[in-house]
Design a protein around this ligand. Structure first.
Ligand code: PLP
Length: 434
């Protein structure tokens, strides 16, 4: 029998996760069971589990045991491909046809050569970004530029939180946000939502239970589509106002194309950040977000960036500044927002006609509550339509499926609505997925 140190055992479990021998949400053996099996001290196993937990590979769920997290931070072979020929409503992507073509803009880019020591934020991007933020009612006195929405979120959380701190996230919500928070060694607390954003009572409850930060999606909430209304924003601001030291972060990941106005819950607080990503508006490969926040947060983010990647390439910064100032590009963004809105509304109307109440106030997705989400996914798969089961998006909220309607051809809408209706009717009432 070989002897194990905690480091070796943790590395072995990590290897098994990477090789898919252990799958997301698999339960690890109880400490004593594994210790007896390997003939080592329980402390060694507990030490290995602690190491894995600190890195976000595993999640201790009290008496239920220790589980592999849903998306452990090691490279694992990706999910199976969508079948050839299937209608893909699963991706969360913008419609490529509605993104600006970057070639012309790139060929026109100009500006001085950037060497080490150059200011990290491009002047033209700072100006254009601030204009857009201010037009949305966001204080834009202090700005940093980061590599997309999630990079911004990671940097802002790391600027303030300590290991073990807890963060409130929307439920259902975008899974990588919770994955990232866990991978950073923080805990996740669910925040219930409806079409107008986080529920006031739910936010009050999570704040009373003690969270160090709250992450909200002001519009184009993924997967539910919520857009925070003016009335809700006012109420939420007043609740967070009673907790001035809590960091509030806004993930405005689909800013220009969300199809809903921005009502900020965060702007101007003691500790806050609003992250405006270019990914949905100009394309996911435009890995850039403009980050506005209080001066301490922005200084910390920029200072930490400086001792890491340094800055976001000025080529990319100038590209985004150019897109923000270009009349044709702005018209394209407005057109994309209105096409996404009409696709969402058509899908919602078609579902409503069939007696299905779905959600999609803004953004690229529609969320359909269903009694058994895995059965619904399989039923649609049989009809050649790929959608997402809600299970990855949910913590405590009810089952549903997400349809990305961003690129959905209007001719397909009736067909998709029929397929969902048929799958729900086939299941009958009362069945639930876990
Ligand atoms: C709610 C939400 N936040 C963040 C992102 C990712 O943004 P970025 O690509 O800028 O990191 C997405 C992408 O779909 C999203 O849905």
């Amino acid at each position: 029998m070989r002897s194990w140190t905690a480091i070796e055992l943790a590395a072995d479990i990590e290897r098994r996760v990477a090789e898919r021998d252990l799958l997301p949400d698999d339960r690890l053996p109880p400490v004593r069971v594994l210790a007896a099996q390997l003939e080592i001290a329980p402390n060694t196993v507990a030490g290995a589990y602690r190491r894995l937990g600190e890195r976000g590979l595993t999640d201790g769920r009290g008496r239920m045991g220790t589980f592999v997290t849903a998306r452990p931070p090691v490279m694992v072979p990706s999910d199976p491909e969508i079948p050839v020929g299937a209608l893909d409503l699963s991706s969360g992507n913008p419609d490529p046809v509605l993104l600006p073509s970057l070639g012309d803009v790139l060929s026109e880019l100009s500006g001085s050569t950037v060497l080490y020591g150059h200011p990290s934020v491009d002047e033209s991007l700072a100006g254009q970004g601030a204009n857009l933020l201010m037009a949305d009612g966001i204080v834009a006195d202090d700005i940093a530029v980061v590599s997309g929405g999630l990079d911004g979120l990671e940097r802002v959380l790391q600027a303030h939180l300590r290991h073990g701190d807890r963060v409130a996230v929307e439920d259902p919500g975008y899974p990588p946000v919770a994955d990232l928070i866990r991978a950073l060694g923080f805990g996740v607390v669910p925040l219930a939502i409806d079409d107008e954003g986080p529920l006031v009572e739910s936010l009050a409850g999570t704040l009373d239970r003690g969270v160090a930060a709250v992450v909200v999606t002001p519009r184009a909430q993924n997967p539910f589509g919520s857009a925070i209304s003016l009335e809700r924003a006012t109420a939420l601001r007043s609740i967070v106002g009673e907790h001035p030291h809590v960091l509030v972060v806004e993930d405005d990941h689909a800013a220009g194309v969300a199809g809903a106005p921005m009502y900020s819950v965060a702007s101007g607080r003691e500790r806050w950040a609003t992250i405006r990503s270019a990914a949905k508006t100009y394309g996911p490969d435009v890995r850039l977000a403009v980050l506005a926040g209080d001066p301490v947060t922005i200084r910390r983010v920029e200072g930490r960036q400086r001792i890491g990647p340094g800055w976001v390439s000025h080529i990319l910064q100038r590209l985004v500044a150019q897109l923000m100032s270009d009349g044709d590009a702005a018209a394209g963004v407005a057109r994309a927002a209105s096409v996404y809105a009409s696709r969402r509304q058509a899908m919602l109307a078609a579902l409503d006609e069939r007696g299905l109440q779905a959600h999609g106030e803004s953004g690229l997705n529609v969320w359909v509550p269903v009694p058994d989400e895995l059965a619904a996914v399989r039923a649609l798969e049989k009809r050649g339509i790929a959608i997402r089961a809600g299970v990855r998006y949910r913590i405590e909220s009810s089952p549903g499926v997400r349809l990305t309607v961003a690129a959905l051809d209007e001719a397909e809408i009736e067909n998709v609505a029929d397929a969902i209706h048929a799958s729900v009717s086939e299941l009958g009432p009362g069945t639930r997925s876990g």
